[in-house]
Design a protein around this ligand. Structure first.
Ligand SMILES: NC(=O)c1ccc[n+]([C@@H]2O[C@H](COP(=O)([O-])OP(=O)(O)OC[C@H]3O[C@@H](n4cnc5c(N)ncnc54)[C@H](O)[C@@H]3O)[C@@H](O)[C@H]2O)c1
Length: 320
């Protein structure tokens, strides 16, 4: 069985990857628990506490065939104020360390998380060939990953280094992210606790909300592809734009507890992203990816999970 190391494996996307793929691959999750929680992982998933910035910690994971690098400082606000230096060091150092470590281990591919944030307010649909100017430090690190991947692959072409510009990912296991979680999770927690969700501006801004299962699907297809790709970068999304108002309406219907979202003047005055949806033709064509989870179903599932957690008494009341 092929062995796959998932850095950031106890985090939101990483834990979903491990849990969904534990039968297909021998997966090992490495996480320094900056934000992740080992409780996100199924009991039979191997977990090692350690940092992707550290070769000795990576060595603890053994010989691997593939690395999915999801560790890092995972959202723009984490780079504010005191987070600035650590955010950069953590993200860039972890990727450089993982690349070199994986190559020396003889890994076939490193997959890594880039982000749709680097498109800013580019024309829609967002396309991999558009020129991009990252609008915040977080997106700068992801753009740096893409350049690092290209240069590294030029020198060491035997190991593919494939990037994924994730759109707005939602799904289970986001609780540890708290205030950094996706809007769908944040709103779910608000409705469930009978707190009023806050919508910035008129709520007509759109995002390409992508269920984490589809993100895992894309990553898995890239591992399984029996063809060298070099240092390609793929959008991964649904190709559909959904407004924040539509999300609020869907959740109001699902919770049906009389709570209604309120609109406030948008406090983000600069570079606020007004619209987002991906052109996904490249990933469809090259990897055979196809989004499978309809937003209505993904939301229903998320609400149901929350209900079950409350019944079992496992949901935290101090999320934000
Ligand atoms: N969630 C999204 O919508 C989205 C969108 C675009 C890109 N991404 C990227 O995808 C990746 C995963 O995102 P996520 O939403 O699962 O975030 P997350 O914060 O839940 O996961 C990141 C994990 O990495 C761990 N980590 C951080 N630094 C580490 C280090 N040096 N060594 C080991 N572990 C470390 C954290 O503890 C956390 O568990 C991130 O790189 C993020 O930037 C996410």
């Amino acid at each position: 069985m092929e062995r796959v190391l998932v850095t950031g494996g106890a985090g939101f996307i990483g834990s979903n990857f491990c849990n969904l793929n534990k039968e297909k691959f021998s997966v090992v999750a490495l996480d320094n628990l900056f934000l992740g929680d080992p409780a996100n992982l199924d009991e039979d998933v191997e977990f090692i506490e350690g940092s992707a910035n550290n070769k000795e910690d990576l060595d603890k994971t053994g010989d691997v065939n593939y690395v999915v690098h999801l560790a890092g400082t995972s959202s723009a606000p984490m780079f504010m104020d005191d987070g600035f230096v650590d955010g950069y060091v953590n993200s860039i150092q972890s990727f450089a360390t993982v690349l070199d470590w994986a190559r020396k281990k003889g890994a076939k591919k490193v997959l890594y998380a880039s982000t749709s944030s680097l498109y800013g307010n580019n024309p829609l649909p967002l396309l991999e060939t558009q020129s991009v100017t990252p609008i915040n430090h977080y997106a700068v690190t992801k753009r740096a990953y893409e350049h690092m991947a290209r240069c590294y692959n030029k020198v060491y072409p035997n190991m593919d280094i494939i990037g994924f510009r994730f759109m707005s990912v939602y799904g289970p296991n986001e609780e540890a992210k708290g205030k950094f979680a996706n809007l769908i999770s944040q709103f779910c927690w608000d409705y469930a606790r009978e707190r009023v969700p806050v919508i910035y501006g008129d709520g007509e801004q759109t995002r390409d909300f992508t269920n984490v299962r589809d993100v895992v699907q894309g990553l898995t297809k890239a591992i399984e592809l029996d063809k060298q790709l070099g240092a390609e970068v793929f959008n991964i999304g649904t190709g559909r734009a959904t407004s924040v108002n539509e999300i609020a309406e869907a959740l109001e219907k699902a919770f049906d507890n009389g709570i209604k979202a309120k609109h406030i003047e948008n406090p983000v005055k600069e570079d606020y992203v007004e619209g987002q949806y991906a052109d996904i033709s490249k990933i469809k064509e090259v990897l055979g990816y196809e989004p499978t989870v309809k937003l209505e179903d993904g939301i229903k599932e998320q609400v149901e999970n929350l209900r079950m957690e409350r019944i079992r008494g496992t949901s935290s009341d101090e999320l934000r």
